[in-house]
Design a protein around this ligand. Structure first.
Ligand code: FAD
Ligand code: PHB
Length: 394
């Protein structure tokens, strides 16, 4: 058994764990990051693509934004498509200059792993049997195995950055945790294709056959999603069928449609809304997907995760610098408020843009009327824009 000591034990090397480790490093606080997957798996996992202004600012201010500034695609607007037409929403103009940036989550993760390596602080991939203990004592512990070696990490705080299926949230006694959940009766089939994006902005589309989303990763790579069944079998989706369905749902009467190219990745993502309250128990703090999940339609998950670790990093810095516990004590309440705002927005975008078997022709007409109102009212567009670009981290 190897016994280790650190100030903050971080479980999970997704965007939240890596960013928290980096922010703590900038404050001179020691941490150990323990991840159960391999480095390749963590870096290759294709997920989010949209960064709010606050997340871009955080990357820049933390000194890990150089590649993002060079390669990120700044988008000042977004298209909403329905009934054969695309409608542009100029988010920058509506929000007084705020925008989003398209930069793959795996690029964020790559940049943060590089920063971790440069810091010389420990990051263990491929850990097994990860468990947290004594979260209500002064010195919690995290135990794990690396190969055949057992490790016991004693710390001051544990950061549960281990995503929805992690082990940190279940370490909180159920009587101390209130959870709220909504599962949606559909999923997303997502692809990456080697095709130049045919639109300068993202296109969110509601079609009679269901939702579709046009996004991108670079000037040569398009990212596309279509609403599918929860138990969709990818084997039933040949590349031809995927392109045909995407084009049917996205094509507009002005002739716009996505460019085709070789499909390099396919996956099915379930859709869920989930909140766990509070985000803290004793000396365990939950951050990111460990504490909350939003359906991807609002592009909020990664951004909520970044807002959490920004708050947690600042709170821990105040604690270590001047024994000030106010940040730690308000961490959960402030996070929950932001989470519910993002939950409301993500649920609204999802309900407005997807078709559900439990709904009838009345509901489709109502959805079209809502979209029609959205793209013709400056107040409604401003509401979407404000939520989509996100509020400053607080
Ligand atoms: P995760 O990324 O889940 O990281 C948790 C880490 O903990 C993982 O590396 C995991 O392997 C590790 N772990 C798990 N269990 C253990 C254990 N027992 N021990 C050690 N380590 C463990 N969000 C957006 O903001 N914008 C978008 O455009 C967007 N699009 C999305 C599209 C898709 C298809 C999907 C699936 C998600 C999307 N999201 C989006 C959501 C976003 O990807 C997540 O919110 C984000 O990954 C959360 O980061 P995290 O670090 O909290 O959790
Ligand atoms: C993506 O590019 O992966 C993406 C964009 C917008 C979303 C979700 C995912 O709402």
């Amino acid at each position: 058994m190897q016994r280790l000591r650190t100030q903050v034990a971080i479980v999970g090397a997704g965007p939240s764990g890596l960013m928290l480790g980096h922010l703590l490093h900038l404050h001179g606080i020691d941490s150990v990051i323990v991840e159960n997957r391999s480095q390749e798996y963590v870096v290759e996992r294709v997920r989010a693509g949209v960064l709010e202004q606050g997340a871009v600012d955080l990357m820049r201010d933390a000194g890990v934004g150089a590649r993002l500034a060079r390669e990120g695609l700044r988008h000042s607007g977004v298209y909403i498509a329905f009934s054969g037409r695309r409608h542009h929403i100029d988010m920058e103009e509506l929000t007084g200059g705020r925008a989003i940036t398209v930069y793959g989550q795996n690029e964020v993760v790559k940049d943060l792993i590089d920063a971790r390596a440069a810091s010389g602080r420990p990051l263990h991939f491929g850990a097994s049997d990860v468990a947290v203990h004594d979260i209500d004592r002064e010195h919690p512990r995290v135990t794990f195995r690396l190969g055949d070696d057992e490790h016991e990490l004693t710390c001051d705080f544990v950061a549960g950055c281990d995503g929805f299926h992690g082990i940190c949230r279940p370490a909180i006694p159920p009587t101390r945790l209130q959870t709220y959940q909504r599962d949606y009766p559909f999923a997303w089939l997502g692809i990456l294709a080697d095709a130049a994006p045919s639109s300068d902005e993202l296109v969110y589309s509601l079609h009679e056959r269901g939702f579709a989303l046009f996004s991108m990763r670079s000037p040569r790579v398009t990212r596309l999603y279509l609403q599918c069944a929860i138990d969709e079998d990818l084997d039933n989706w040949s590349d031809d069928r995927i392109w045909s369905e995407l084009k049917t749902r996205l094509r507009t009467s002005d002739g716009w449609e996505p460019n085709e190219g070789p499909i390099t990745q396919k996956g099915v993502t379930p859709m869920r809304s989930f909140v766990a309250e509070p985000m803290r128990e004793g000396r365990l703090f939950l951050a990111g997907d460990a504490a909350h999940i939003v359906p991807p339609t609002g592009a909020k998950g990664l951004n909520l995760a970044m807002a959490d670790v920004w708050r947690l990093g600042s709170a821990l810095a105040s604690y270590y610098k001047s024994a000030d516990v106010r940040g730690l004590e308000t961490y959960s309440d402030r996070g929950i408020r932001r989470t519910w705002r993002a939950q409301r927005f993500s649920w609204w975008m999802t309900s407005m843009l997807h078709r559900s078997d439990s709904e009838n022709p009345f509901d489709y007409k109502r959805q079209i009327a809502e979209l029609d109102y959205l793209v013709s009212s400056r107040a409604a567009m401003t509401s979407l824009a404000e939520n989509y670009v996100g509020t400053a981290f607080d």
